[in-house]
Write a protein that binds this ligand. Structure first.
Ligand SMILES: *Cc1c(COP(=O)(O)O)cnc(C)c1O
Length: 360
């Protein structure tokens, strides 16, 4: 067996310990004589798995009692529609567009009402977070929407926008559980789990209870009502059982590691190694405004496309894989999620140093 350092933006690296536990339980989960993949979602064993997963997530994030935790399918992308369908009572919403995912959400919402782009950083290829301290919030907006960590561009909101009392909805797909959050500042906080938590195929939505009602846009499918899933404890239909099981294991791993305060400390330490190198490098440079840099996704370039391609190829041969930047940005991107060990970042920086010496 030979594991690589996987810098993929998602699906992404998972903790090795968790993979080994899953491997050990593959044929016989906890004396049931079957794999979690084979068991009924109505079984006692699975009921225990999903309840424990929810409780562990609540513990990690200190989720207040007036928020529901929903394990949903359709990825983060289905939330782009579910959010307006469930929340757009006035059919007005304000969107802050800081990258492709925010833009997709903004475009999707336009199908359901009047959607205002109240800030954007598209003018500089989404390389920064706009000042959101005093935006022109629409008086009748049902919510203000952000993508908190921009996976493709490597920017992160370091302070939440001033929504002037309006509900805040945040896509946290690529920074989920990377640091402590104050859930009470959000109306909905959601993310696809394949970036920083588990396997692909599920999204976790944490929704304030007063927003979970039958008062949704006309024609909203049953499966797209938050209330359907909230009333059934995420078991209205067959959920992604195995993914819930894996996420539950990652929650336990995070608890063992010391929770989100400790993850933040580790993530800052890892990111600093890479950013310090980029800032001092004569060949590589980061592409994001310093104060807006993400701890999770680190894009960088040499300024020469051919050299970038050479770097990606040689890095891969050295066991540092998936470093190619998003197709819309080019260059490189290192995603250094919770499960990426510090040794992986150190190995990357050592390789970059060597490449710099050989190619300058
Ligand atoms: C990956 C990603 C998405 C899309 O997730 P899917 O699960 O593929 O729909 C949405 N938002 C952000 C911030 C992402 O990183």
């Amino acid at each position: 067996m030979s594991r690589v350092y996987n810098f993929s933006a998602g699906p992404a690296v998972l903790p090795e310990e968790v993979l080994k536990e899953a491997q050990a339980e593959m044929l016989d989960y906890n004396g049931t004589g079957m794999s979690v993949m084979e068991m009924s979602h109505r079984s006692k064993a699975f009921d225990h798995i999903i309840r424990e997963a929810e409780q562990d997530l609540r513990d990690l994030m200190h989720i207040p009692d007036n928020y529901k935790v929903l394990f949903l399918q359709g990825g983060a992308s289905l939330q782009f529609a579910m959010i307006p369908m469930n929340l757009m009572k006035n059919r007005v919403a304000d969107y802050i567009v800081t990258g492709q995912w925010a833009k997709k959400a903004y475009q999707e919402a336009q199908k359901y009402g009047k959607v205002n782009k109240i800030a954007s950083s598209e003018d500089e290829t989404f390389s920064y977070i706009p000042d959101c301290s005093d935006l022109d919030i629409s008086p009748d907006a049902d919510y203000v929407y952000i993508c908190e960590n921009n996976t493709i561009y490597g920017t992160k909101f370091k302070t939440l926008p001033n929504t002037k009392g309006k509900d805040l909805v945040a896509d946290v797909s690529s920074c989920f559980l990377s640091e402590p959050v104050d859930v009470s500042k959000y109306a909905v906080i959601y993310g696809g789990v394949q970036k920083n938590i588990g396997p692909a195929g599920m999204v976790i939505a944490i929704v304030r209870e007063d927003l979970i009602t039958d008062d949704v846009l006309e024609g909203t499918p049953t499966m797209m009502k938050y209330k359907t899933h909230a009333d059934a404890d995420s078991l209205y239909n067959t959920p992604n059982c195995y993914c819930i099981y894996m996420c539950g294991k990652v929650f336990k791993w995070l608890k063992r590691m010391g929770g989100l305060e400790e993850m933040k400390r580790r993530n800052e330490e890892k990111a600093k190694i890479l950013y310090d190198f980029l800032d001092a490098s004569r060949l590589f440079r980061g592409t994001v405004r310093k104060e807006d840099r993400s701890l999770m996704n680190v894009p960088f370039v040499t300024g020469d496309k051919d050299l970038d391609a050479k770097f990606v190829k040689e890095a891969e041969a050295a066991g540092l894989v998936n470093l190619k930047g998003h197709r819309t940005v080019g260059g490189m991107r290192a995603s250094i999620y919770n499960a990426m060990p510090k040794e992986g970042v150190e190995a990357l920086v050592a390789f970059m140093k060597k490449f710099e010496e050989e190619n300058l």
